[in-house]
Design a protein around this ligand. Sequence first.
Ligand SMILES: Nc1ncnc2c1ncn2[C@@H]1O[C@H](COP(=O)(O)OP(=O)(O)OP(=O)(O)O)[C@@H](O)[C@H]1O
Ligand SMILES: [Mg+2]
Length: 282
Amino acid sequence: MTGTGSVPNVLQARGLTKHYGHVVAMDGCDFDLRPGEILAVIGDNGAGKSTLIKSLTGAVVPDSGTLSLDGEQVQFRSPLDARRAGIETVYQELGVAPALDISQNLYLGREQRRKGLLGTVFRQLDKRAMRHGSAQHMADLGIRIQSIGQKAETLSGGQRQAVAVARVAAWATRVVVMDEPTAALGVRETNQVLDLIVRVRERGLPVVLISHNMPNVFQVADRVHIHRLGRRIALVDPRSTSMEEAVALMTGARSPEPADTPDPLPAPSTGPAATPSTKGTQ
Ligand SMILES: Nc1ncnc2c1ncn2[C@@H]1O[C@H](COP(=O)(O)OP(=O)(O)OP(=O)(O)O)[C@@H](O)[C@H]1O
Ligand SMILES: [Mg+2]
């Protein structure tokens, strides 16, 4: 059984492994994302967070382990596979294409052609429709940008990241994944992106948020997946686990106990559920 009661987890992984030569990037990693939640993934540099996220989104094919979407087992061989399944990702350091404008970024890879022969034969783009769609979408998300025709390279870091988030929110139908979306941002811009992430959740999409910024994580996350040495070592509720405790688990200063992963499987009803994945601590 998976998820809360009879509702399956949107995305679930069991026992993922990935080796790069002698480097073990993932070592029996589990993952659970519930419908409508913001799940933060935290862990030290090199813990394997990006590798996990890439495995969930088709950019890395794991050596072993299983992945399921809405309770159905899936295998993503490429990012396109995951996108077709409704999973959209902002990868670390790959937010937007600088030379393209906002509208072109939003429609990148999904350009709308003009109607009739101009579109089908001459492959002309329907720029007006895309600009209109982009402006509408940005407004829906409450993102204020002066001109939809502005090149991404002329935007501030925060605005650029807002465009990257808007893009994934525009196309995702099942899951939005963001690897360090606020890494290079100031306080105000970070808060704007966090607000945007909350708005994406309010539209019903679950969000996976990888971040090193603990205050950010504790500000918006419904649950926190703690990653260490290539696997999830705990899955905690930020309302009952402090930032200090989470950091102690993440760095290995404290060993996880079964209670640190109260309910990766069925509902938050009874006591701690010891699962095979949470017994081992190292
Ligand atoms: N393509 C690759 N080739 C070789 N080693 C890799 C590759 N990708 C990741 N690794 C290694 O796997 C481990 C996990 O890397 P990963 O990028 O997943 O960590 P991370 O938790 O995302 O780190 P950070 O917080 O710095 O982003 C690291 O030791 C890294 O060097
Ligand atoms: Mg990373």
